[in-house]
Design a protein around this ligand. Structure first.
Ligand code: CA
Length: 277
């Protein structure tokens, strides 16, 4: 009797804790924007893509807006800022993955017949990355694409959080995992492994440590502008996305995975053997 009541009390506390965390993740995530919810028309990539074009797709975490300039959006804007011909970058909210599916379908349907044939699927040049719940959504989406015969050049996860998202499917050529385990509840996936090591190269499982580290250790000003309540309760899970080393690592991995014929006019794709902090 007492045990049952204790379990009920603990469950209620856990649910309440989760609700508080969701509120905290949402707090301060509203940027000035044209619409309340993300819509398909928010994408700017010309559709369909031309053969050989590259789509870089970032999935944002929590209930964060797709256009808020935190780590995922910032990296997408960096890619756009390069103005590589035939390289496009978009961000999507992790609970609006239907928009990502529609985007990719229209991007790959080069003959505009409404379906994707084997050649259209196989010719995809997609780079996927995500943070927090966006990281686990990226892994699940990569697996979904694999079941359809669509390859992924690179998968990058930043403090990925969510169930069953550490086994990288074989349609992914390379994967990079960056995480922390310092937060009391939100601990990033630690051990990405390739389902088929002959097809997927794990570029690294890089752990970062934040306990006792403040703004000065991170080297970016934006973190201090986060609401204090988020800094207190999200802590290390928030610090990792403001960490300049992490941003550089993700950015380098994404840029290195863009095939050289879309970067410098070369021919062969280039993916680094490993990425160092
Ligand atoms: Ca087609």
């Amino acid at each position: 009797m007492f045990a049952k009541r204790a379990v009920r009390t603990f469950s209620a506390a856990a649910v309440m804790g989760a609700q508080v965390l969701v509120c905290l993740l949402t707090l301060g995530s509203h940027a000035a924007a044209s619409s309340k919810y993300q819509e398909f028309s928010d994408f700017t990539t010309p559709l369909p893509l031309k053969k050989g074009d590259v789509l870089v797709l970032g999935i944002v975490g929590g209930w964060e807006r797709w256009d808020r300039e935190r780590i995922v959006r910032t990296i997408a804007l960096d890619v756009r800022g390069k103005h590589y011909e035939g390289v496009y970058a978009e961000t999507v909210e992790n609970h609006r993955m239907e928009l990502a599916r529609e985007l990719l379908h229209k991007a790959l349907d080069t003959n505009r017949d409404g379906t994707l044939d084997a050649n259209e699927k196989a010719s995809a040049r997609l780079i996927l990355y995500g943070q927090s719940l966006g990281g686990s959504a990226a892994v699940r989406y990569a697996r979904e694409l694999g079941e359809q015969g669509i390859p992924v050049l690179l998968l990058v996860c930043i403090d990925s959080y969510g169930l069953g998202a550490s086994l990288v499917p074989p349609n992914v050529s390379a994967a990079l995992n960056i995480y922390q385990r310092d937060h009391l509840f939100i601990k990033g996936e630690a051990d990405f492994a390739a389902e088929d090591p002959s097809r997927t190269r794990i570029l690294g499982n890089h752990r970062f440590y934040y306990r006792g580290k403040g703004v000065d250790d991170l080297g970016v000003q934006d973190y201090a502008e986060e609401p204090w309540i988020r800094r207190v309760f999200i802590g290390s899970h928030l610090k990792i996305e403001y960490d300049t080393r992490v941003r550089k690592m993700v950015r380098d991995a994404v840029f290195n995975a863009i095939p050289t014929d879309r970067r410098t006019g070369g021919a062969a794709a280039s993916i680094p053997a490993s990425v160092s902090p």
